[in-house]
Design a protein around this ligand. Structure first.
Ligand SMILES: C[S@@+](CC[C@H](N)C(=O)[O-])C[C@H]1O[C@@H](n2cnc3c(N)ncnc32)[C@H](O)[C@@H]1O
Length: 320
């Protein structure tokens, strides 16, 4: 059996402090916002997996189609011995790359969700006995320190998660990814593409209401962790397409005028009837924009692959 290590790179109270700081800042801003990373407790990670199976949610199927077709090319181009995956979740699609990388020594899944990392790691170790799996419970936006493992290194960032960062955050994030790489190492990046508004909005507002439950889960997390008294039923899920920014925005709209208490922050927050709080952006990309952002971070775009429907892109870029 291969080794399976789980390392928490931040002390537990650092996560608490980060949640407190984000909630305080977000709920006292105008308009109110909450960052998407707090969706993902065990329940949130499970809800996200259900989203990936919804008929309306095409990105996972489209990205899987590309990975199935291109995993051999990715392996040949990178020859990676260490695969680091940021925001790895279930690692389900990553299997195609792991299987193609015959010389792979260590897989390093990185996620804020401990439950997702544990489940994914345990599933993997039985299948690849020669592979070391070193999971990191960590925030990929905050000074990631990777274990010392053999190169070449391939960093994968799949699922379109890059789109959850705002443009300035994306630039800082890509620069930090570049700093994890040596010349010749590579980044495999999944980006959802701009397309018809109806298709985009339905992907984030499914008929079964799974995305609505996922969106409201952030309120449940804040209730549990900070003793707040959010009533998720008093908020409505909203998904809209912002044409100027080319991103989907998920919001929670207060159904009535209400005051929510957050005792751990000594805070009472008033919501007007109809007031909307942003909980996620999901930017959609065009090829030129992705190339420009990668180049600005010191990454040389080498391959661009899309699914047959042209809905989603996977790019491979190399550290200069
Ligand atoms: C949209 S899901 C994508 C999951 C998977 N990569 C896929 O393609 O299906 C985003 C994943 O990133 C994780 N995540 C979100 N923000 C994070 C952060 N700041 N640091 C580390 N992980 C994060 C979530 O827990 C979740 O597993």
């Amino acid at each position: 059996m291969s080794p399976f290590l789980v390392t928490r790179t931040l002390p537990e109270d650092a996560t608490d402090a980060a949640l407190r700081a984000d909630v305080l800042m977000g709920l006292t801003s105008t308009p109110k916002t909450l960052p998407p990373k707090w969706f993902y407790d065990a329940q949130g990670s499970e809800l996200f997996e259900k989203i990936t199976e919804l008929p309306e949610y095409y990105p996972t199927r489209a990205e899987r189609e590309i990975l199935v077709g291109r995993a051999g090319e990715i392996a040949a181009a990178t020859g990676a011995r260490t695969l680091v995956e940021l925001g790895s979740g279930s690692s389900e699609k990553t299997r195609y790359v792991i299987d193609a990388l015959t010389g792979l020594h260590t897989y390093v899944p990185v996620d804020v969700s401990e439950s997702a990392l544990t489940q994914a790691g345990q599933a993997l170790i039985g299948e690849r006995p020669e592979l070391d799996v070193h999971a990191l419970i960590a925030d990929f936006t905050g000074g990631l320190v990777l274990p010392d493992t053999p190169g070449p290194r391939l960093v994968a960032f799949l699922g379109g998660t890059l789109g959850n960062l705002l443009p300035a955050e994306r630039a800082a994030f890509l620069a930090s990814v570049r700093a994890l790489l040596s010349p010749g190492d590579a980044l495999l990046l999944g980006t959802d593409l701009v397309k018809e508004e109806r298709v985009l909005v339905e992907a984030y507002d499914d008929a079964a209401g799974v995305t609505a439950a996922f969106n409201k889960n952030v309120l449940t997390v804040i209730n549990r962790e900070l003793g707040a008294d959010f009533d998720p039923g008093a908020f409505e899920h909203v998904a809209l397409w912002d044409t100027d920014n080319e991103w989907i925005e998920m919001r929670l709209r207060s159904r009535t005028a209400q005051t929510v208490k957050v005792p751990a922050l000594d805070l009472a927050v008033h919501f007007a009837a109809g007031e909307e709080m942003r909980t996620e952006v999901s930017a959609k990309f065009r090829r030129d924009g992705v190339r420009a952002e990668l180049s600005a971070a010191g990454l040389e775009p080498a391959h661009w692959w899309t699914d047959g429907g042209g809905r989603f892109a996977l790019s491979l870029s190399v550290a200069r």
